[in-house]
Design a protein around this ligand. Structure first.
Ligand code: KG4
Ligand code: ZN
Length: 338
C-alpha cells in the first residue's frame, strides 16, 4: 500500500511517500526557521501561510524523487493534531482534497503517535511492548506501549515540555531560535563540574516531570555572571546535564515499573546526543535496549506520519471526508489497532 504522508502541525512542512512493501520511497522537509527567527519563536499565522505556499511544490518534489505518479497513491495520511490549529488545517485540507480527488481513503494521524512509531522506519525496529519516552517541543511523556493505539501514560510534564525548556533557557541565554540544538551545541564546550542544577521531581514517586524550576535555576545563575562565552557554555552544560539526568531517572523508573526492557526515544529532544548516550548506558545497565529514529526523524517529518497512517489505514480506520483537526488530543484516547 502506497501512502502519502503530510506533516504541517507546527513550523515544518514534511512530505513523504511510504510503501508497505518497499519502505520509504521519498521524503522531504522544509523548515520555517528563517521565517520565525526574527520573532524569537513560531508565529502561528505566518506558519499556516507558509505551509500553504510550500506543501504542493514539495509534493511534486517527492513524486519526482520516487519516480511515481500520483495515481499510484493508495491512501493519504496527514497530521490531525495536536498542534497549531491553522497549520493543522492546511495539511488536513490539502490531504483530504487530494484523497477525495484521487478516490483513496484518508486518515488524520496523531502527531505524537507519529513520533512514537518513527523508529519503525529503521532497519531494526523495536518489537511491542516497550516504554516510549516522547520528548518534543510541546510534550514530554513516558508511555507504556502495548501495540498501536494501546497507550498507557506513565508520566508527563506538569509544566514545560523538555524541548520547550531547552528553547526558553536558550532564549534567556541569548541564543537564536530554535534554541534547543543551539544550546546543546554550546553545552559541548561547557564544563560539567562547574554548576549543578536540581534534578526536578526525582524525590517524588512516579514518572511525572517538571522543567520550569530548572529553567529558572539556570537563568538565576546566569544573571549573576559576566556574560562571557565560557560562562554561557558552562550554564548550558549544567542545564543539559540536569535535563538528561532527570529524563534518565524517570525512564529507569518507567522500565522498572512495567518490567519492560525496551525503551523507545522519540521527538525533537531525542536528537540530543548526550541524552542518546545516557539512555544507551542506562538500558545496557538494565540488560535492555534503546531504540531511536535516525536523527532527521526525531524532529518533525512526513515519513512518521505516512508510516502511522499506513498502520491505521491498513486496519480499515480511514475516516469520512470531513476536514477536522484536533489542536489538543490526548494520546491515550486513540483507537487500538489489533
Ligand atoms: O518533535 P519536534 O521537532 O517538534 C514538536 O513536535 O514539538 O521537537 C522540537 C523540539 C524543540 O523544542 C527543539 O529545541 C528540540 O526539539 N530539539 C533539541 C535538539 N534538537 C531539537 N533539544 C535538545 N537537543 C537537541 N539536539
Ligand atoms: Zn513533533
Amino acid at each position: 500500500m502506497l501512502i502519502l504522508g503530510i506533516e504541517t502541525s507546527c513550523d515544518e512542512t514534511g512530505l513523504a511517500l511510504y510503501d508497505s512493501e518497499r519502505g520509504l520511497l521519498a521524503h522531504t522537509l522544509y523548515s520555517q526557521i528563517g521565517l520565525h527567527a526574527q520573532y524569537g519563536g513560531v508565529v502561528p499565522e505566518l506558519a499556516s501561510r507558509d505551509h500553504v505556499r510550500k506543501t504542493l511544490p514539495l509534493l511534486r518534489q517527492i513524486f519526482q524523487q520516487a519516480g511515481l505518479n500520483p495515481t499510484a497513491v493508495e491512501g493519504v495520511a496527514y497530521t490531525r493534531g495536536p498542534g497549531l490549529i491553522g497549520a493543522l488545517l492546511v495539511g488536513a485540507a490539502i490531504g483530504r482534497s487530494l484523497a477525495w480527488s484521487w478516490r483513496v481513503p484518508a486518515i488524520g494521524v496523531h502527531h505524537m503517535e507519529g513520533h512514537l512509531l518513527a523508529p519503525m522506519l529503521e532497519p531494526e525496529p523495536p518489537a511491542f511492548p516497550f516504554v516510549a519516552l516522547l520528548v518534543s517541543g510541546g510534550h514530554s511523556l513516558l508511555v507504556e506501549v502495548g501495540g498501536i493505539g494501546k497507550y498507557r501514560i506513565l508520566g508527563e510534564s506538569v509544566d514545560d515540555a523538555a524541548g520547550e525548556a531547552f528553547d526558553k533557557t536558550a532564549k534567556l541565554l541569548g541564543l537564536p531560535y530554535p534554541g534547543g540544538p543551539a544550546l546543546a551545541k554550546l553545552a559541548e564546550r561547557g564544563d560539567p563540574r562547574r554548576f549543578t542544577f536540581p534534578r526536578p521531581m526525582i524525590d517524588r514517586p512516579g514518572c511525572d516531570f517538571s522543567f520550569s524550576g530548572l529553567k529558572t535555576a539556570a537563568i538565576n545563575a546566569w544573571r549573576l555572571l559576566e556574560p562571557t562565552p565560557e560562562n554561557r557554555a558552562d550554564i548550558a552544560r549544567a542545564f543539559e546535564e540536569a535535563v538528561v539526568e532527570t529524563l534518565a531517572i524517570k525512564s529507569r523508573r518507567a522500565l522498572k515499573a512495567t518490567r519492560l526492557k525496551r525503551l523507545v526515544v522519540a521527538g525533537g529532544v531525542g536528537a540530543n546526543r548526550r541524552l542518546r548516550d545516557r539512555l544507551r548506558e542506562l538500558t545496557a545497565e538494565l540488560g535492555g535496549q534503546v531504540f531511536y529514529p535516525r536523527l532527521e526523524f526525531c524532529t518533525d517529518n512526513g515519513a512518521m506520519i505516512a508510516y502511522a497512517g499506513w498502520r491505521r489505514l491498513a486496519a480499515g480506520q480511514g475516516q469520512d471526508t470531513v476536514i477536522d483537526v484536533m489542536p489538543r488530543w490526548p494520546l491515550d484516547s486513540l483507537l487500538a489497532v489489533d
